[in-house]
Design a protein around this ligand. Sequence first.
Ligand SMILES: Nc1ncnc2c1ncn2[C@@H]1O[C@H](COP(=O)(O)OP(=O)(O)O)[C@@H](O)[C@H]1O
Ligand SMILES: [Mg+2]
Length: 233
Amino acid sequence: MSLLSLHAISGGYSEVDIIHQISLEVQSGEIVTIAGTNGAGKSTLVKAVLGLLPRMSGQISLDGCEITTLAAEDRFYAGLAYVPQVANVFSSLTVRENLLVVRGVKRVQSRMQEVLETFPALVEKLSQRAGNLSGGERQQLAFARALMPSPKLMVLDEPTAALAPALVDKVFELVTQLPERGVAVLMVEQRARQALEISDRGYILDQGRCVLSGQADALLADSKMTQLYLGTR
Ligand SMILES: Nc1ncnc2c1ncn2[C@@H]1O[C@H](COP(=O)(O)OP(=O)(O)O)[C@@H](O)[C@H]1O
Ligand SMILES: [Mg+2]
C-alpha cells in the first residue's frame, strides 16, 4: 500500500482545469520529485494534495485513508506536513516558542527534544528570536517545526527557490535526512536535476499532464527528458 496515492486528479481555480488526470504514488521512506517547466501545474498539484485547490476531482489517500474531501487542517492532522517557501517561522518568537506553538503535538517538550537531535545547531539558539537567525538556521527551524507533529509525509514546493546558493545544498541535505526519521517526501523543485539525484522516483509535468515518470536514475539517464525538462548541463 502506498503512503500517498493520487488517482486521476484534475482541477483548477475556476471552471478551467489546470491539471489533468494525474496519478502519483509515494511509498513510505521515499523521496519523490515533481519536475517540469514553469506553469506546468506543479504548485497546483501540491495544492490539490494539501487540500488548498478550489476545485478538484479524483481520489487522494494517505496511509490507507481517503482524504479527498478533507479540509487542509484535517489533512495536517492526518499526517501531511508542508513547509511554505516564505513566512515559515514566526520571526518575533524565539526558536523554542516556534517549536512549542505547533498545533497538534502530543508531549510537546519531549517531542521538541527528539526533533532537536536532528538540528543540533538550533539547540544553542533556543532562546534567540527566529528573526535573528541566519538563513540556514531559519530553514532548519522551518523543517523542525514541520517535523514536530511526527508527520508521515512532508510536502515541499521549491524549498530552495529563495535561497542563497550556499544554502541550497544544506536544504537538500535536510531533505535526504527525512526518510531516516520516518518521513517520506514529495517535493517540487526547479533544480530538478539536483532534486532527482537525491530522489527515488520522479514525475514530469507538462501543461498540466504527467508526461513521464519513473525511477530517478532512469529519468536522469534519459537524454531526451533531460534536454526537454532539465536543460542541458
Ligand atoms: N491562484 C491561481 N488562480 C488562477 N490561476 C492560477 C493560480 N495559480 C496558478 N494559476 C495558473 O495555473 C497554471 C499552473 O500554475 P502553477 O501550478 O503555479 O505552475 P508551476 O508551479 O508548475 O510553475 C498557470 O497557468 C497559472 O497561471
Ligand atoms: Mg510552482
